[in-house]
Design a binder for this molecule. Structure first.
Ligand SMILES: [Zn+2]
Length: 149
């Protein structure tokens, strides 16, 4: 085997590892987003002042008239939910994922969490890939050098 064909080997190994890593990360992100889907349905709450059951999305308690502190969140809850698509977007573009997380975290926390999780996973993955590639090249360079010394 010539030295030029040997030099391509670490590139192939690194690309294969990156490809496997992508698939594993995306599968984990998608499965995590599906498992929390039940959180999006608003549940009836008890009044904070008298304890009476307040119907879904109602702004005031039907018994004492106290304001329901969760009603504002419920109006957003209909548009909120974990999103596998945004998680994958965040994974490939961590900067966009981080921006979307900061924009959405108050109004649609579940969707924001998907973006944040994707961005975090993507960032960690990029760092891990860089480290792996450097290690593979270092090991390979060392073994090539030892052949000629
Ligand atoms: Zn009440």
């Amino acid at each position: 085997m010539s030295t030029s064909s040997l030099a391509i080997l670490p590139v192939i190994i690194a690309m294969l590892l990156i490809f496997i890593g992508w698939i594993v990360c995306i599968v984990i992100l998608v499965s995590k987003n599906k498992s929390t889907n039940t959180n999006t349905v608003p549940a009836p709450v008890h009044c904070t002042s008298c304890g009476e059951l307040i119907p879904n999305g109602s702004q005031f308690c039907p018994k004492c008239g106290a304001a329901n502190p969760y009603s504002a969140q419920y109006s957003y809850a209909n548009q909120d939910g974990p999103s596998a698509g945004f998680a994958i977007l965040g994974f490939f573009f961590p900067i966009i994922g981080l921006i979307l997380y900061l924009v959405w975290k108050d109004q649609t926390p579940l969707k924001a969490k998907s973006c944040g999780m994707g961005a975090l996973t993507g960032f960690i993955f990029n760092v891990a890939v860089s480290v792996i590639v450097i290690i593979i090249y270092a090991v390979f360079a060392a073994s090539l050098l030892s052949m000629y010394m």
